[in-house]
Design a protein around this ligand. Structure first.
Ligand code: FES
Ligand code: FES
Length: 188
């Protein structure tokens, strides 16, 4: 029994999207399967690994634990929405610079959680970084480099504030990206 399709309206990475979704499908399924935004990763599906982290109205959420229909009317930011074209988000650049990405599977979730952390706490202590990323597991064990990357991005002071609504330094606000296909924003 799958139920009837339900129309939901979301803003995803600055683009208004009207999508017909199955009522039992998670936000993760909607993003990956209906919108093709596969940067958000599917892993444990029970809220333990953080690979599926996205921002819902600027709050980090495990998208595997939220139904798509619950996101009706919300503004969603996925990892594809962090960069603008080939211009990386400062956190993405810091992750590259510190070698934080090993297999890379956890990195989209780590980046989104880190973006949420820096939006709330622009200059976090190490303990605050650890707490902010506590919900994101890295099977490669690259925690030191990930923490180093977040600290470096914070120290550079070039982080976005509210990524979903304001854009970040030198990068147009998300609203300016509304006509840009997601695939052109930051292919993952
Ligand atoms: S896939 Fe959602 S928390 Fe692991
Ligand atoms: S880089 Fe491989 S799981 Fe984190």
């Amino acid at each position: 029994m799958t139920g009837e399709l339900r129309r939901i309206d979301m803003t995803v990475n600055g683009r208004a999207r009207a999508i017909d979704v199955l009522p039992h499908h998670t936000l993760l399924e909607v993003l990956r399967d209906d919108l093709g935004l596969t940067g958000t990763k599917e892993c444990c599906l029970v809220g333990e690994c953080g690979a599926c982290t996205v921002l819902v109205d600027d709050v980090s959420v495990d998208s595997c634990l939220m139904l798509g229909v619950e996101a009706d009317g919300a503004s969603i930011t996925t990892v594809e929405g962090l960069a603008f074209g080939e211009r990386l988000h400062p956190l993405q650049q810091a992750f590259l610079d510190t070698g934080a990405a090993q297999c890379g599977f956890c990195i989209p979730g780590q980046l989104v959680s880190a973006a949420a952390l820096l939006a709330e706490t622009p200059h976090p202590t190490r303990a605050e970084i650890e707490e902010g990323l506590a919900g994101n597991l890295c099977r490669c064990g690259g925690y030191e480099q990930i923490i180093e990357a977040v600290a470096a991005a914070a120290a550079a002071g070039d982080h976005p504030g509210r990524a979903a609504s304001t854009g970040h330094a030198g990068v147009p606000a998300v609203g300016d990206r509304a006509s840009t296909p997601d695939a052109e924003l930051a292919p993952q």
